[in-house]
Design a protein around this ligand. Sequence first.
Ligand code: V55
Ligand code: FE
Length: 508
Amino acid sequence: MTDARLNLRPGTGYPDIPLFQGWGAPSRIEADVYELESYGQVPADLNGRYYRAAYDWAFPPMADDELFINGDGMTAMFHFQNGHVDFKSRFVRTEKFRLERAARRALFGRYRNVYTADPSVRGRVRSTANTHVVWHGGKLLMLKEDGLPWEVDPETLETVGQWDFYGAMTSKTCTAHPSFDPDTGEMFLFGYEAKGEATRDIAYYVVDASGHVTHESWFEAPYPAYIHDFRVSRSHAVFPVSPAATDLDRLKAGGAHWQWDSSKASYIGVLPRYGHGEQIRWIEVPTHAPGHFVNSYDEDGMTVVDVCQGKTGPFPFFFPDVQGNMFDPADMATYLTRWRIDPSDPATPVRVERLDEVVCEFPQIDARREMSRHRDGYFLVMNAGMPAGRLLEAPGDPAFPDGAPDMVPASPAMNGIGHYDFVNGQFTVHALPQGDTAQEVEFVPAYLGAPEGVGYLLALVNRVAERHSDLLIFDAEDVGAGPLGGYKLPVRLSTIHGTWMPEHQLGL
Ligand code: V55
Ligand code: FE
């Protein structure tokens, strides 16, 4: 009913979809919490900053089929000072964020589809800077694979601006997953769809410790594929291509950026670490869906790459199949897998070996072991606490000879924190309390020069029923014993990847 005294306009709200329900409800809070409440036992001598790339929605999205990967990037910081932790979070003031704030509504359309954006933002920077945060060359960078990095002040978390490495990065995109050489301080980056939407171009960059690009090469992927992570060893850069592909006609029709296309082959691309574009070699492999990489190193003339991968990965959750095929849930499960690549002989197939049957993702190692053979890996484990800590497999899984239909989880949940000993081949898993889930963990050495594995695991967990996050502290040498203690965050925080920076290395 209208009333001449009132001047009403339609309300705005978030779509009524599972993404925005329960834990996923937009929070939109930029927080400053001084002296987080702690419990149990917490480290008394840790000094540094734990940065995480968070995502949230500043405005209701334009499309009702919004994806979690399209949230606005937010830098979150846990500042550790001798057992005391202060928390701060700020949205990254990307170009998208600023334009949408000015308009008080979303303008950029569907995830990575420029053709669905409001005409007023054609040609403007879409990146949400929401995936990873790294410290390199004296800068804190928020990364998203569809654009260039955004620099953020490491103390105030104020946005400095988009960063193109002193003008040297001419690629339109930059991965959220750099590799680092702990000996030289170099950072290795690449961009795919580097010349624009649905292009096959890949640009590869080596950045020295001072933040200057020292090497660049360009080459083409077999087709415009999703390349989320990669890894560099002391000798080679390794790029995964899986049949998640994009297509310009589909984008122009307003469609999804990615679709799984089982008619396409899978490849591993191998380039000498300082190689030129024409040296790229694409080795075909059985269909794979590599998720995140653990590490890569050279051994006996081979390049070894450890990765969490499945047959289709979690893609079907987000992206439809081109041919409309149904997915076998077992193909989505990701397992710790080892590739052995012979870089000297293009004819040698890559040896692919599954190392364990625990369903896991979001691998981490001690950052000082990158490019060296690692002993310890840390993971999120899916549906931990189910028998043997496994996700239900397709019938016929040798782990369940009598079948176990009642193991089918209502929904797969990352509810376990795991340690894998690569020497003994032993997985140790801590299952979180019923209903809680975990975000990617971080290994922090106990002290300067501590041996590999001697330190803490920081684990951000979702207290789903209580609707707040906790930062748990584990003894990294005894993950199975459960947390030593933790810090209570009075807000919900959903993050993707993060980085620990010891205070003495930040030089703030
Ligand atoms: C992923 C995350 C992204 C993205 C593409 O974890 C892939 C996969 C958070 O952003 O844009
Ligand atoms: Fe990632």
